[in-house]
Every structure is written in C-alpha cells, then in structure tokens.
Design a protein around this ligand. Structure first.
Ligand SMILES: [Fe+2]
Ligand SMILES: [Fe+2]
Length: 167
C-alpha cells in the first residue's frame, strides 16, 4: 500500500467536506433569517453529518501517519434563494458521490481496503443527503412557493426533530 496516495485522497475529501460544512451552514443562517425553519434545520443537520465525515477522514489520515489539512476547497457561494440553495447542494452531493466512488476504486487498487470502506460509507451518506434535498425540491415544484411559506409555520426547531419530520 502507498500510504501517501491514500492520505492525498483523504485530505482532498477533508477539503470538500469542510466546504460543505461552510456552505450548508451559510444556507442555514439565511433560511433561518428568512423564516424557513424546517429547511434551515435540514441544512444544519446535514452540515453536522459532513463534520462527522471530516472526523472520520481525519482519524484515518492520522492512523496512516499523515497530517490533516484543514482547508476548505473554496469560497462559499452566496446563494439566498431556497430552490437555488437546494440545486447547489444537490450538485455538491452528486460531485462527492462521484469523487468518493472513484477514491474507493483507487484505494482498492492500492490495497488499502479500510480507506476504501470509509469512502464507500461516505458515498452512501452523500446519496441519502442528495435524496433529502431532492425531495424538498420536488415538493416545492409540486406545491409551489407556498410549500416553503407553510413550512415557516412549523414548530420544528431542533436537529433531532427534523430527522423524522419534514426531512
Ligand atoms: Fe460528506
Ligand atoms: Fe453530503
């Protein structure tokens, strides 16, 4: 196994996950400000899961005797419109799935089955995130902008509550 190859793939993913944490929290702040509580909570909940992905990747980097590069992949996109936020988030999740699938294959070829498994687990999570966002976008397209307006009357405010509810 070429450790540096795995460490490189893991650090690139740390950058992408940090990027997602920043982007989703930016969406969370603005949706809260606009009064869209449940959608705001979905973004916060997902940001927390992306942070746990950073942790999982970092633990593996340190196990392989590498260093964790805590640098986000790029600046936050200043999107304020809820449907545009969902489209951006879906594109990010789709990109992550593609990258992690490729990374898993590369780790397999590099005889690093543990890192391969981490990338496979992350791919499954990103698929679920994509699905959550897609469902919200479909509801907005089906019911119109009033769907989000009605959501603002919901009392869902806690991350745990969003899990079994509108998400
Ligand atoms: Fe992630
Ligand atoms: Fe994700």
């Amino acid at each position: 196994m070429d450790r540096s190859k795995s460490i490189g793939l893991l650090n690139k993913s740390v950058a992408d996950e940090l990027q997602a944490v920043h982007q989703y929290m930016f969406f969370h702040f603005h949706l809260t400000d606009q009064g869209y509580g449940p959608l705001a909570m979905l973004f916060k909940q997902t940001a927390i899961e992306e942070m746990l992905h950073v942790e999982k990747l970092a633990e593996r980097i340190l196990f392989l005797k590498g260093e964790v590069e805590m640098v986000p992949a790029g600046p936050v996109a200043k999107i304020k419109e809820p449907t545009d936020m969902l489209k951006k988030a879906m594109a990010m999740e789709e990109g992550s799935q593609l990258d992690y699938n490729k990374a898993a294959i590369e780790c397999g070829a590099n005889a690093d089955s543990v890192t391969k498994q981490i990338f496979e687990q992350l791919t499954a999570d990103e698929e679920r995130h994509y699905d959550n966002y897609e469902k919200q976008l479909e509801k907005i397209e089906k019911f119109g902008p009033s769907y989000l307006a009605l959501q603002s009357f919901s009392t869902v405010t806690e991350p745990g509550a969003a899990k079994g509810g509108a998400v």
